[in-house]
Each structure stands twice: as structure tokens, then as C-alpha cells.
Design a protein around this ligand. Structure first.
Ligand code: PGA
Length: 706
């Protein structure tokens, strides 16, 4: 479907481009012809004489240049969206105008293609409907137009085109149109151009006569005309073409001597020698600056026995004015003004005939000079029809416009190609870098994953102040048996009150379940009634001790300094420390959790050596989640544990941080353990309430199996 759309759009765009370029060009190189056509339209709109001629001329040059430039922009697919909209706008206007021509017939020839191609009004309307449809197709999918020139260099082609077409217009105006599409081209024999072949079909006309009687107007044709009733007074007549017959290329050329009424057409066109015709549709508005050259040519003609006439549709006043201003002595005859405008696009212009054939044409700006006219015409090149110069003109256009444009397009394509190569190289480089990075990050990820796998996964129970000795032994036995029957995938520790330690140690299989205390003294030994030292804990067979629990900090006033001492003593006595940290609800609400946790760690454990650190397990326990049933969400917990790991990394390095087990504690239970333990930084849990039932505790331990 897309291929079809692209084909359709590019087909329509080519049709539009060729039509616009051709019609714009043929009008541009004949600015006066286009101006006359604009004059016809103004007349049809009853605006004749209301718009100054210079405005008509500028409009003629401007409109043709716009049409040509639009064609080139479409061809090269420049500013695709904007240009396609402008094209539709242009075609809507043109179609409306030609619809008016088809319906009202106010003008015979629309002038779309200047004098190059003449279309009937209905044909031109049909043509515009096709072009309007094509322009709508292009506007619908403008981006399907294949570009010939990259965006960056489009302006060069655009400005170059505008300059070219305006210069071509101005040159055609100053000299004569580069191509002459009218029937009065060089080489045309005017008399032959007027001939109608014997077997040609004549045009059939219908004449209507308008008469009036007693104030009543009536139309008659030839048959019912009231020849016998003289009370009808004839006032006007109309002629309509019923059937168009053969029309010779030249059908309106005549030369009349106004003074004698004599028709000189035949006499002048059959002259055996050269004839100069100075053509001026209206002397009143003719350019009179070159009258010296004209007079010289007249003198030259007289001297060599050639005829020299002026042809004009001017009034007597206009002719007199011309004679007064230029001193013209040559005879001036009358020819239809429109015909004269068609003969030569210069006022005045000079025509050289030889036996009725147009040998040469000059604008008043290019009249032959005295140096050129230094011999009889038959000995001069200007006295002979020039070789057909169509190809040299086409060559000039190719050289001045098409070739530079093609060179620009080629240069642009090469430039675009080098840009593409550069971009591709850059892209390949970036891709390579990206792949290397990806591989590196993959490696890093693998490393972190390995480390995570290497880090110990721990589920530790904290019985707090619960269970009598007998109950404790029973619970420990139950847990031990359950794990014996179904081996855990992680380290399991139970931390009990001091009095349970020795007895519980006896019932636990050390390979399956580790034993820990919930506290130890900050003094080595001595007169500290009620205290239990780290050494004593160790002597029961326990290997772990919980320190820094929020309940100890809160209810027993354990400060960072006290805890620092306890940690030192525990480690010195070969115990592993489960060190707790965590913020209160107010601190979290004030968004101070990171600050609080960091201070707790810095205050009690960040002073340790890397070697000592190996026996530290961290447990993050937000105070607001302990024993409240409110768990931190897995994301909140993960975020904090990742932060703790980052500050451990800052302190001890990434390797050690990756090896440190960090647990989460606070309402962790069989239901939420899976979710919590699935987070990359959570290495297990410190379980309070849920560790007091063997089944619940076992279910949490089993979360590591999922
Ligand atoms: P909890 O206690 O699981 O009952 O919330 C945890 C702890 O204080 O270690």
C-alpha cells in the first residue's frame, strides 16, 4: 500500500512539476504576451484601463516566475508540506478561473501555456481538474515525495531558480522572447500563413441583428430580418461561431492606407525586394529613445531601394505625435493593434521582410547599427534568415540553468553521501561503545550477582523477652527438627534470652541452626550486677549477639558509644554481631532516615577494621515497623538497604560492601518474606514475633527456596 501511495504521489508530483515548469517558462519568456493576456482578463472583468500597465507587467513577470519556481520546487521536492499546500491553493484559483471561462466564455484562450499551446476553455478546465486532483493527492501525503536535494542545500536551488526565471523574463522583455511561439516567427511567409487550403472546412457563423421599434428591442437572424418593415431601426449586430472551421495561423493581418482607404496587404507582402516594417501597436506609448537609429535605418533603406513603412493602430494624434518627436518621414499605415502586438513583442519593433517572408526581427533595444548596415542587405548576414537557433537557445538554457542545477544536485548528493558515511561511522562507533558498555555492565551485573550469591543469606529469630526455659527448649527443638527434616537454603540463627542459651545450645544442631544472644555487656567483667559479658555468652556455645536493637537504645539508654564498646567486646570474644539500625516514624516523616541510619553506623561500627567487619551482619529495622504489623514496603526496604550498602562501600570498598549481609527486620512474616527477599540488596530477615512459632519461622526460612 505504501509503495502504491509513493508511486501515486510521485506520479502526480511529476505531472504537476512538468506542467508548472513548462507553463511558467513559456509565459516568463514572453512577459509582454502574458501582460496582454492579463489585459484581456481585466477587460472581461470590466476593469480595462483601471490597472496601470506597469502593474500588469510586474504581475505578469511575478505570476509566471511563481508558477515556474513552484514547478521546480515540486520537481526537487523542496519544502514538501508548504509547497504542496501552495500548489493546491494555486490550482483551486486556476480551476475557478477556467470554470468561469467555460461557463461564461469571456475569453477565447485562457493563456495557460502562453502562445505555445492553445486549449479550448473546456479543455483547459478539464486539464485543471486533473491537476487539482493531482495536487490534492500530493498534499495528502507530501512526505512521500522523493527528495532530490537535501534540506540544507534547498535554498540554493530555490534562489537560483527565482533569479534565473526573473532574469530570463527581464532579458526577454528587453530583447525579444527567447522562443517565438506566435505565427510571426522568423522564416514565416505571412501570405502563406494566411492561405486557406481549397478543401478546408469554412467556419459557420450565426449573425444576429438587434433592431428597435417604439422603444422595443428585438433580435432577428438573416432569415427573419424585417427587410420590408422600415419602422424597425437597426441598432447593433452580434456574430457567434456555430461551427469552427479551418483557421489559418495568420487570419487577421492587413495593411491599410487610412488616407486613401487602400488595402496594401497584398502589395507589401508580394514585394520582390526587402521591406522594413516598423511595428508599433500604439505610437502614443512607444519607446521613442531610439528614433535616431530608426531614422538611420530608414535612410539606409531609401538609399538601397528598400521599402520602409510604419505599421500602427494609433490614432492620427498618436502618429502625429510620433512624427513630431522622432521626425519620422516614412509612410505609416494601419494594422490591427492586437495583430501588431502579436507580430513583435516590442513597441516599437522592427521587422525585415523579403518577398513577404519574415527574415529578421529586432526589439527597439537591438536595432541594427550603422556599422552593421554597411552594404546592401543581400550581402549582409542580417539580410538572410538566420540558421535555426532553437538548439543553441536550448543549449544556452542548459548551460545557464539546468547544468548548474544538475551540478548542484550532484554535489549535494555527494555531500549528503559523505554526511551519511560520517553519521554511519559515528553510529557504528557509538554502537560499538554501547556494546562494550553493555558487556561491561553485564560483567558488573554478573559480578554483583555472584557476590549476592556469595553473600550469606540469613534468617535470624529474635525471641526478645519471651518463652520460659522449658518453652524455649521446646521451641528450639521443634525448629531444629523441622530444619533437619527439610534442610534450609540459608543460614538460620535463633537469638534467645541469656538464660536459654546454654540449654538451647544443647538441643541445636550447630550445622543447621546458629545460636545468639540478644545483648551483652559493655564491660569485660567485674562488679556489674545483673550484666552478662560477651565472654559469658560465648561460653554457652552461642556464636552471635544482637547489638543496637532499637528497643535497647530506646528503653535502656544504649548510646552509640556504649554500643561501640559492646561491639568491640563481642568481636574480641569471637562473636558475630547482628548490628541493628533504623529510624523512627518522625524521622522518616521528616525524610531523615538516611541521615539517622548513617549516624548510627558511623557511631558504632564504621570504626572497625576490614578484618573485624567480616563478622558484622547489619539489620535495618525501621522502628515504626517493629512489632506494629506495618512493614516497610519491599521498595522502601530495598532503597534503604541499597543506601546502607553504598555507605559501607564508601567506607570499606565495593568488594566488602558486596560481601556484607544486610537483613531487614520489622513485621517480616511468612506472607511478605518472599517479596522482601526477592530484592537484590535484602539478604534475609531479623524476625521478632514470627520467630516464636516454629511453623511461621520455618515458612520465612523457606522463602529462600523460592
Ligand atoms: P517484629 O520484630 O518482627 O516482631 O516486628 C523484629 C525485631 O524487633 O527484631
Amino acid at each position: 500500500m505504501n509503495k502504491f501511495k509513493s508511486f501515486l504521489v510521485n506520479l502526480c508530483r511529476t505531472l504537476l512539476a512538468i506542467t508548472f515548469i513548462f507553463s511558467g517558462f513559456v509565459k516568463s519568456i514572453d512577459p509582454l504576451g502574458t501582460q496582454y493576456k492579463i489585459g484581456d482578463y481585466l477587460e472581461a472583468l470590466n476593469l480595462a484601463g483601471k490597472v496601470p500597465e506597469w502593474i500588469q507587467l510586474i504581475t505578469s513577470i511575478g505570476l509566471s516566475a511563481i508558477e515556474f519556481t513552484l514547478g521546480v520546487l515540486i520537481l526537487l521536492a523542496i519544502q514538501r508540506r508548504l509547497v504542496s499546500k501552495l500548489t493546491v491553493f494555486f490550482m483551486v484559483c486556476m480551476t475557478a478561473v477556467t470554470l468561469w471561462l467555460t461557463i461564461g466564455n469571456p475569453i477565447q484562450d485562457c493563456g495557460c501555456f502562453g502562445d505555445a499551446i492553445r486549449l479550448s476553455n473546456s479543455m483547459t478546465f478539464g486539464k485543471n481538474v486533473v491537476l487539482l486532483t493531482a495536487s490534492i493527492v500530493v498534499m495528502k501525503w507530501p512526505l512521500y515525495q522523493v527528495r532530490f536535494i537535501s534540506k540544507t542545500n534547498q535554498w540554493i536551488a530555490t534562489y537560483f531558480t527565482i533569479v534565473f526565471i526573473v532574469v530570463a523574463s527581464v532579458l526577454s522583455l528587453y530583447h525579444l522572447p527567447i522562443f517565438d511561439f506566435r505565427p510571426y516567427f522568423i522564416g514565416q511567409n505571412i501570405k502563406k500563413g494566411m492561405e486557406i487550403p481549397k478543401d478546408a472546412k469554412p467556419t459557420v457563423y450565426k449573425n444576429t441583428f438587434i433592431c428597435v421599434k417604439d422603444g422595443v428591442q428585438k433580435e432577428f437572424d438573416e432569415k427573419n430580418f424585417p427587410y420590408d418593415d422600415s419602422t424597425w431601426v437597426f441598432i447593433d449586430s452580434k456574430q457567434e461561431i456555430v461551427e469552427q472551421g479551418y483557421e489559418p495561423p495568420i487570419h487577421d493581418f492587413s495593411i491599410t492606407n487610412e488616407e486613401t482607404g487602400e488595402d496594401l496587404t497584398e502589395a507589401i507582402l508580394t514585394k520582390k525586394n526587402y521591406t522594413f516594417l516598423l511595428i508599433s501597436p500604439f505610437f502614443e506609448v512607444a519607446e521613442d529613445g531610439n528614433f535616431g537609429e530608426i531614422d538611420y535605418i530608414y535612410e539606409y533603406a531609401k538609399e538601397h531601394g528598400y521599402d520602409f513603412y510604419g505599421l500602427s493602430a494609433s490614432t492620427d494624434y498618436g502618429v502625429k505625435h510620433w512624427r513630431d518627436v522622432t521626425g519620422a518621414e516614412y509612410p505609416i499605415y494601419t494594422t490591427d493593434g492586437t495583430t501588431l502586438k502579436t507580430v513583435i513583442r516590442s513597441n516599437p519593433g522592427l521587422l525585415l521582410l523579403y518577398q513577404g517572408t519574415i527574415i529578421n526581427k529586432w526589439s527597439h533595444n537591438d536595432l541594427p547599427t550603422a556599422e552593421e548596415l554597411n552594404a546592401p542587405l543581400n550581402l549582409l548576414s542580417i539580410g538572410h534568415e538566420p540558421e535555426d537557433s532553437t538548439w543553441s537557445k536550448i543549449f544556452a538554457i542548459v548551460l545557464c540553468y539546468i547544468l548548474p542545477l544538475i551540478l548542484l544536485i550532484v554535489a549535494d548528493r555527494i555531500w549528503a553521501w559523505t554526511q551519511w558515511v560520517k553519521k554511519r561511522e559515528q553510529w557504528l562507533k557509538e554502537k560499538e561503545q554501547w556494546l562494550v558498555k553493555k558487556e561491561q555492565s553485564n560483567k558488573l551485573y554478573q559480578l554483583l550477582k555472584r557476590k549476592r550469591q556469595m553473600r550469606k543469606k540469613i534468617v535470624a529469630g529474635n525471641w526478645k523477652m519471651n518463652e520460659t526455659l522449658q518453652e524455649g527448649i521446646a521451641l528450639a527443638t521443634e525448629i531444629n527438627d523441622a530444619l533437619k527434616a527439610d534442610k534450609p537454603n540459608c543460614d538460620v540463627v535463633i537469638c534467645t534470652p541469656f538464660i536459654h542459651l546454654a540449654s538451647v545450645a544443647n538441643v541445636l544442631d550447630k550445622e543447621l541452626v546458629g545460636l545468639g544472644a540478644e545483648n551483652c555487656a559493655d564491660k569485660e567483667k567485674g562488679a556489674y550486677t545483673g550484666e552478662v559479658s560477651a565472654a559469658m555468652v560465648k561460653s554457652t556455645g552461642a556464636e552471635y549477639v544482637i547489638l543496637g536493637h532499637s528497643e535497647r537504645r530506646q528503653y535502656y539508654g544504649e548510646t552509640a558509644e556504649i554500643l561501640k564498646e559492646k561491639v568491640q567486646l563481642a568481636l574480641a570474644n569471637g562473636l558475630k554481631v547482628i548490628f541493628c539500625c533504623g529510624e523512627s516514624l518522625e524521622e522518616r516523616e521528616a525524610n531523615k532516615q538516611n541521615e539517622v541510619v548513617k549516624a548510627e553506623l558511623e557511631g558504632s561500627v564504621f570504626n572497625l577494621s576490614a578484618e573485624e567487619w567480616k563478622n558484622i551482619i547489619l539489620a535495618y529495622e525501621p522502628i515504626w515497623a517493629i512489632g506494629t504489623g506495618k512493614t516497610a514496603t519491599s521498595d522502601q526496604a530495598e532503597e534503604m538497604l541499597a543506601y546502607i550498602r553504598s555507605i559501607v562501600a564508601d567506607k570499606f570498598g565495593k568488594e566488602i560492601a558486596a560481601e556484607t549481609s544486610i537483613l531487614y527486620g520489622g513485621s517480616c512474616n511468612a506472607k511478605n518474606a518472599d517479596e522482601l527477599f526477592s530484592k537484590p540488596n535484602i539478604d534475609g530477615g531479623l524476625i521478632g514475633g514470627a520467630s516464636l512459632k516454629a511453623a511461621d519461622f520455618k515458612a520465612i526460612i523457606d522463602a529462600w527456596k523460592k
